[in-house]
Design a protein around this ligand. Structure first.
Ligand code: C5P
Length: 232
């Protein structure tokens, strides 16, 4: 299996969660959200190194969580930026020399399974850009600033992007650099690859791989975890 370096952006806030703490530090069934993410990633045999991207103010808390988990892979702390895009860029600069392929996985997606990491890692041996995604269930409307519907894209062709996303490191660094030079603002790394005209392949994601963003997501995540752990 290909050896994969994994970056985990975890330098966000808890604003949409209604919390004054970074949401990845909030409790989910007795463990911080980020601990679930780290545990699942660490169980993937393909992952040989992890870079945890966090704000300086969260460093002590994040390192304490990592130490308590005693994972088989080394976990490096990398300081994040003011946007996810900036945090990932810092992460890319913090990768060890010699790394060739990277998976990037949001710290807030704490329910991704080791199998999803393995499938992305296997696909990354053959592709230079990929994104885990699932078909959308809703009909999606394209809307203007006055909330008038402009178009209804064909649902058959719409997929909801998740993470992990995986890339050739050299190419992704170039795309991030070009994004910086041109002032592109994106919410995932695949979008930078696309803007640079590079192909991005879909890897089937997981319906349960939600990004914990609001208190409702946290309640759903707890429900899913209880089912997995066989708890009432
Ligand atoms: O805010 P959102 O949930 O979309 O963030 C996705 C991921 O990016 C989260 O895991 C969050 O911690 C991370 N992030 C980051 N640096 C930022 C903002 C978000 O690493 N400045």
């Amino acid at each position: 299996m290909t050896s994969i370096h994994l970056l985990i952006p975890a330098a966000g806030s808890g604003r949409r969660m209604g919390s004054d703490r970074n949401k990845v530090l909030l409790d989910l069934m007795g463990l911080p959200i980020i601990a679930w993410t780290l545990k699942a990633a660490a169980q993937s045999e393909a992952v040989v190194w992890m870079g945890l991207v966090g704000q300086a103010g969260d460093r002590a808390a994040l390192e304490a969580i990592v130490n308590r988990l005693s994972l088989p892979q080394p976990v490096a702390f990398i300081e994040g930026g003011s946007t996810r895009q900036a945090s990932v860029y810092n992460g890319l600069l913090g990768l060890p020399p010699g790394a060739t392929r990277v998976l990037i996985h949001d710290g807030a997606r704490c329910l991704a399974t080791p199998d999803l990491f393995n499938r992305c890692a296997a696909a990354l041996a053959k592709q230079s850009g990929l994104v885990a995604a699932i078909p959308v269930k809703d009909t999606i409307k394209l809307v203007d600033a006055n909330l008038t519907v402009e178009a209804t894209p064909d649902r058959q062709r719409l997929w909801a992007a998740q993470t992990p996303q995986g890339f050739d490191i050299g190419l992704l660094k170039q795309c991030h650099q070009q994004g910086l030079d041109q002032g592109w603002s994106v919410t995932d790394d695949a979008a930078l690859f696309e803007q640079c005209g590079l192909p991005v392949q879909i890897v089937p994601g997981e319906e349960t791989n939600l990004k914990v963003t609001t208190p409702m997501d946290l309640a759903i995540a707890e429900f899913i975890l209880k089912q997995r752990l066989g708890q009432p």
